[in-house]
Write a protein that binds this ligand. Sequence first.
Ligand code: KIV
Length: 266
Amino acid sequence: MKKKVRVSTIIRMKAEGRKICALTAYDYTFAYLMDESDLDIILVGDSCGNVCAGYDTTLPVTVEEMLYHVKSVSRGVKRALVVADMPFMSYQENMDTALHNAGRFLKEGGAEAVKLEGGEYICPTIKRLVEVGIPVMGHLGFTPQSVHEFGGYGVRGAEEQEARKMLSDAEALEEAGAFSIVLEKVPALLAKEISEKISTPTIGIGAGVHCDGQILVSYDMLGLYDKLNLKFARRYAMLGDATRKGVSDYCRDVRAGTFPSEEESY
Ligand code: KIV
Protein backbone atom coordinates (compact mmCIF):
# COMPACT_ATOMS: atom_id res chain seq x y z
CA MET A 1 0.00 0.00 0.00
CA LYS A 2 1.12 3.55 -0.73
CA LYS A 3 2.19 5.82 2.14
CA LYS A 4 -0.44 7.43 4.39
CA VAL A 5 -1.41 10.93 3.21
CA ARG A 6 -0.95 13.56 5.89
CA VAL A 7 -1.49 17.32 6.02
CA SER A 8 2.24 17.73 5.38
CA THR A 9 1.89 15.55 2.24
CA ILE A 10 -0.79 17.88 0.84
CA ILE A 11 1.36 20.96 1.48
CA ARG A 12 4.37 19.26 -0.11
CA MET A 13 2.37 18.23 -3.17
CA LYS A 14 1.84 21.88 -4.12
CA ALA A 15 5.51 22.67 -3.62
CA GLU A 16 6.41 19.72 -5.86
CA GLY A 17 3.78 20.59 -8.50
CA ARG A 18 1.83 17.35 -7.96
CA LYS A 19 -1.96 17.66 -8.36
CA ILE A 20 -4.12 16.81 -5.34
CA CYS A 21 -7.05 14.41 -5.97
CA ALA A 22 -10.00 14.76 -3.60
CA LEU A 23 -13.58 13.46 -3.52
CA THR A 24 -16.39 13.37 -1.00
CA ALA A 25 -17.58 10.20 0.74
CA TYR A 26 -20.29 9.60 3.28
CA ASP A 27 -20.21 5.91 4.21
CA TYR A 28 -17.89 2.97 4.93
CA THR A 29 -18.31 1.09 1.64
CA PHE A 30 -17.66 4.02 -0.68
CA ALA A 31 -14.83 5.16 1.59
CA TYR A 32 -12.91 1.88 1.38
CA LEU A 33 -13.50 1.57 -2.37
CA MET A 34 -12.24 5.11 -2.92
CA ASP A 35 -9.30 4.61 -0.60
CA GLU A 36 -8.18 1.65 -2.72
CA SER A 37 -8.22 3.96 -5.76
CA ASP A 38 -5.33 6.28 -4.92
CA LEU A 39 -7.19 9.37 -3.68
CA ASP A 40 -5.30 11.93 -1.59
CA ILE A 41 -8.17 13.49 0.37
CA ILE A 42 -11.61 12.16 1.30
CA LEU A 43 -13.89 14.96 2.45
CA VAL A 44 -16.95 13.99 4.44
CA GLY A 45 -18.90 16.90 3.00
CA ASP A 46 -22.03 18.43 4.45
CA SER A 47 -23.30 17.81 0.91
CA CYS A 48 -24.48 14.58 2.61
CA GLY A 49 -27.45 16.81 3.47
CA ASN A 50 -28.32 16.94 -0.25
CA VAL A 51 -27.26 13.55 -1.56
CA CYS A 52 -27.88 11.29 1.47
CA ALA A 53 -30.62 13.07 3.45
CA GLY A 54 -32.49 14.72 0.56
CA TYR A 55 -32.48 18.27 2.00
CA ASP A 56 -32.63 21.15 -0.50
CA THR A 57 -29.63 22.87 1.11
CA THR A 58 -26.83 21.90 3.50
CA LEU A 59 -28.21 24.17 6.24
CA PRO A 60 -30.22 21.60 8.25
CA VAL A 61 -27.25 19.21 8.67
CA THR A 62 -26.31 18.76 12.34
CA VAL A 63 -23.06 17.89 14.12
CA GLU A 64 -24.56 14.55 15.17
CA GLU A 65 -25.51 13.69 11.57
CA MET A 66 -22.02 14.65 10.38
CA LEU A 67 -20.41 12.59 13.13
CA TYR A 68 -22.31 9.49 11.98
CA HIS A 69 -20.95 9.95 8.44
CA VAL A 70 -17.43 10.89 9.57
CA LYS A 71 -17.16 7.79 11.80
CA SER A 72 -18.41 5.54 8.98
CA VAL A 73 -15.91 6.97 6.49
CA SER A 74 -12.98 6.92 8.92
CA ARG A 75 -13.51 3.21 9.53
CA GLY A 76 -13.08 2.56 5.80
CA VAL A 77 -10.00 4.68 5.13
CA LYS A 78 -6.38 3.68 5.70
CA ARG A 79 -4.44 5.91 3.31
CA ALA A 80 -6.25 9.12 2.31
CA LEU A 81 -6.48 12.18 4.54
CA VAL A 82 -9.98 12.30 6.06
CA VAL A 83 -11.43 15.81 6.39
CA ALA A 84 -14.71 16.48 8.21
CA ASP A 85 -16.93 19.33 7.02
CA MET A 86 -18.22 21.44 9.89
CA PRO A 87 -21.97 22.01 9.40
CA PHE A 88 -23.80 25.33 9.44
CA MET A 89 -23.71 27.08 12.85
CA SER A 90 -21.35 24.54 14.41
CA TYR A 91 -18.43 27.03 14.28
CA GLN A 92 -19.84 30.50 13.53
CA GLU A 93 -21.44 31.21 16.93
CA ASN A 94 -18.32 31.52 19.05
CA MET A 95 -14.81 30.16 19.44
CA ASP A 96 -15.68 27.72 22.26
CA THR A 97 -18.42 26.04 20.22
CA ALA A 98 -16.11 25.81 17.21
CA LEU A 99 -13.32 24.24 19.30
CA HIS A 100 -15.72 21.82 20.98
CA ASN A 101 -17.32 20.67 17.72
CA ALA A 102 -14.08 20.48 15.72
CA GLY A 103 -12.54 18.48 18.57
CA ARG A 104 -15.42 15.98 18.39
CA PHE A 105 -14.74 15.36 14.68
CA LEU A 106 -11.17 14.33 15.51
CA LYS A 107 -11.76 12.61 18.88
CA GLU A 108 -15.01 10.77 18.13
CA GLY A 109 -15.15 10.85 14.34
CA GLY A 110 -11.57 9.84 13.58
CA ALA A 111 -11.10 12.71 11.09
CA GLU A 112 -7.66 14.24 10.64
CA ALA A 113 -8.77 17.77 9.75
CA VAL A 114 -11.91 19.90 9.52
CA LYS A 115 -13.27 22.21 6.82
CA LEU A 116 -14.83 25.61 7.51
CA GLU A 117 -16.50 27.96 5.04
CA GLY A 118 -15.70 31.68 5.02
CA GLY A 119 -13.05 34.35 4.59
CA GLU A 120 -11.31 36.84 6.84
CA TYR A 121 -14.05 36.88 9.49
CA ILE A 122 -13.49 33.18 10.30
CA CYS A 123 -9.67 33.49 10.52
CA PRO A 124 -9.43 33.99 14.33
CA THR A 125 -11.31 30.67 14.70
CA ILE A 126 -9.03 28.93 12.17
CA LYS A 127 -5.97 30.27 13.97
CA ARG A 128 -7.18 28.94 17.33
CA LEU A 129 -8.07 25.52 15.88
CA VAL A 130 -4.64 25.23 14.29
CA GLU A 131 -3.02 26.32 17.59
CA VAL A 132 -4.67 23.47 19.47
CA GLY A 133 -3.62 20.97 16.78
CA ILE A 134 -6.68 20.75 14.53
CA PRO A 135 -5.70 21.18 10.85
CA VAL A 136 -8.15 23.32 8.88
CA MET A 137 -9.20 23.33 5.23
CA GLY A 138 -10.77 26.64 4.17
CA HIS A 139 -13.56 27.15 1.63
CA LEU A 140 -14.09 30.28 -0.52
CA GLY A 141 -16.15 31.24 -3.55
CA PHE A 142 -19.61 29.70 -3.63
CA THR A 143 -19.95 28.57 -0.02
CA PRO A 144 -23.20 26.56 0.14
CA GLN A 145 -23.94 27.52 3.77
CA SER A 146 -24.37 31.14 2.53
CA VAL A 147 -26.80 30.25 -0.26
CA HIS A 148 -29.52 32.51 1.14
CA GLU A 149 -27.16 35.46 1.48
CA PHE A 150 -25.98 34.91 -2.12
CA GLY A 151 -29.56 34.47 -3.31
CA GLY A 152 -28.69 31.62 -5.66
CA TYR A 153 -26.14 29.13 -6.89
CA GLY A 154 -24.19 31.31 -9.35
CA VAL A 155 -20.45 31.74 -9.85
CA ARG A 156 -18.70 33.93 -7.25
CA GLY A 157 -15.93 36.43 -7.95
CA ALA A 158 -16.96 37.38 -11.47
CA GLU A 159 -17.11 41.07 -10.44
CA GLU A 160 -13.78 42.81 -9.80
CA GLN A 161 -14.61 43.90 -6.24
CA GLU A 162 -15.67 40.40 -5.16
CA ALA A 163 -12.64 38.92 -6.92
CA ARG A 164 -10.24 41.23 -4.98
CA LYS A 165 -12.02 40.37 -1.72
CA MET A 166 -11.66 36.63 -2.47
CA LEU A 167 -7.94 37.07 -3.08
CA SER A 168 -7.47 38.91 0.22
CA ASP A 169 -9.61 36.29 2.00
CA ALA A 170 -7.34 33.57 0.56
CA GLU A 171 -4.28 35.43 1.86
CA ALA A 172 -5.95 35.76 5.28
CA LEU A 173 -6.70 32.01 5.36
CA GLU A 174 -3.08 31.28 4.49
CA GLU A 175 -1.91 33.62 7.26
CA ALA A 176 -4.31 31.96 9.74
CA GLY A 177 -2.74 28.57 9.00
CA ALA A 178 -5.25 26.77 6.76
CA PHE A 179 -3.44 23.84 5.10
CA SER A 180 -5.60 23.98 1.95
CA ILE A 181 -8.47 26.01 0.51
CA VAL A 182 -11.43 24.79 -1.53
CA LEU A 183 -12.38 27.25 -4.29
CA GLU A 184 -15.94 26.58 -5.43
CA LYS A 185 -17.56 28.02 -8.59
CA VAL A 186 -14.88 30.64 -9.19
CA PRO A 187 -13.76 31.92 -12.63
CA ALA A 188 -10.75 29.90 -13.78
CA LEU A 189 -8.50 32.96 -14.15
CA LEU A 190 -9.28 34.18 -10.62
CA ALA A 191 -8.59 30.68 -9.24
CA LYS A 192 -5.29 30.71 -11.16
CA GLU A 193 -4.33 34.11 -9.68
CA ILE A 194 -5.18 32.95 -6.14
CA SER A 195 -3.31 29.65 -6.62
CA GLU A 196 -0.21 31.50 -7.82
CA LYS A 197 -0.31 34.15 -5.05
CA ILE A 198 -0.51 31.86 -2.04
CA SER A 199 1.58 28.87 -1.03
CA THR A 200 -1.45 27.12 0.50
CA PRO A 201 -2.78 24.43 -1.89
CA THR A 202 -6.05 25.35 -3.62
CA ILE A 203 -8.55 22.61 -4.41
CA GLY A 204 -11.05 23.56 -7.07
CA ILE A 205 -14.63 22.53 -7.72
CA GLY A 206 -15.92 24.40 -10.74
CA ALA A 207 -12.82 26.60 -10.54
CA GLY A 208 -10.85 25.56 -13.62
CA VAL A 209 -7.71 23.56 -14.22
CA HIS A 210 -5.14 25.86 -12.59
CA CYS A 211 -5.99 24.95 -8.99
CA ASP A 212 -3.46 22.78 -7.16
CA GLY A 213 -6.02 19.99 -6.93
CA GLN A 214 -9.61 19.11 -7.71
CA ILE A 215 -12.56 17.91 -5.68
CA LEU A 216 -16.02 16.72 -6.76
CA VAL A 217 -19.05 15.39 -4.93
CA SER A 218 -18.65 11.65 -5.50
CA TYR A 219 -22.38 11.10 -6.05
CA ASP A 220 -22.23 13.65 -8.93
CA MET A 221 -19.10 12.30 -10.65
CA LEU A 222 -20.27 8.70 -10.32
CA GLY A 223 -23.67 9.61 -11.78
CA LEU A 224 -25.42 8.38 -8.64
CA TYR A 225 -27.16 11.64 -7.70
CA ASP A 226 -28.20 12.41 -11.26
CA LYS A 227 -30.98 14.97 -10.70
CA LEU A 228 -28.66 17.88 -11.49
CA ASN A 229 -26.53 18.39 -14.57
CA LEU A 230 -23.69 20.47 -13.22
CA LYS A 231 -21.37 21.95 -15.87
CA PHE A 232 -18.25 21.24 -13.83
CA ALA A 233 -19.13 17.75 -12.55
CA ARG A 234 -17.83 15.39 -15.25
CA ARG A 235 -19.51 11.97 -15.03
CA TYR A 236 -16.99 9.13 -14.68
CA ALA A 237 -19.63 6.44 -14.15
CA MET A 238 -23.40 5.99 -14.41
CA LEU A 239 -24.23 4.39 -11.10
CA GLY A 240 -27.72 5.91 -11.08
CA ASP A 241 -28.62 4.13 -14.34
CA ALA A 242 -26.84 0.96 -13.17
CA THR A 243 -28.92 1.04 -9.95
CA ARG A 244 -32.20 1.55 -11.80
CA LYS A 245 -31.36 -1.30 -14.19
CA GLY A 246 -30.21 -3.63 -11.40
CA VAL A 247 -33.37 -3.02 -9.36
CA SER A 248 -35.75 -3.44 -12.29
CA ASP A 249 -33.93 -6.63 -13.43
CA TYR A 250 -34.30 -7.96 -9.88
CA CYS A 251 -38.04 -7.16 -9.80
CA ARG A 252 -38.46 -8.83 -13.24
CA ASP A 253 -36.76 -12.03 -11.98
CA VAL A 254 -38.71 -12.12 -8.69
CA ARG A 255 -42.00 -11.66 -10.53
CA ALA A 256 -41.10 -14.31 -13.12
CA GLY A 257 -40.10 -16.76 -10.37
CA THR A 258 -36.52 -17.02 -11.76
CA PHE A 259 -34.94 -15.63 -8.62
CA PRO A 260 -33.75 -17.32 -6.48
CA SER A 261 -32.48 -20.30 -8.52
CA GLU A 262 -31.67 -23.69 -7.03
CA GLU A 263 -27.99 -22.69 -6.64
CA GLU A 264 -29.08 -19.60 -4.72
CA SER A 265 -31.23 -21.65 -2.33
CA TYR A 266 -30.38 -23.77 0.74
O1 KIV B 1 -19.91 19.54 1.19
C1 KIV B 1 -19.19 19.32 0.22
O2 KIV B 1 -19.31 18.28 -0.46
C2 KIV B 1 -18.18 20.32 -0.15
C3 KIV B 1 -17.44 20.11 -1.42
C4 KIV B 1 -18.31 20.45 -2.56
C5 KIV B 1 -16.18 20.87 -1.46
O3 KIV B 1 -18.01 21.26 0.55
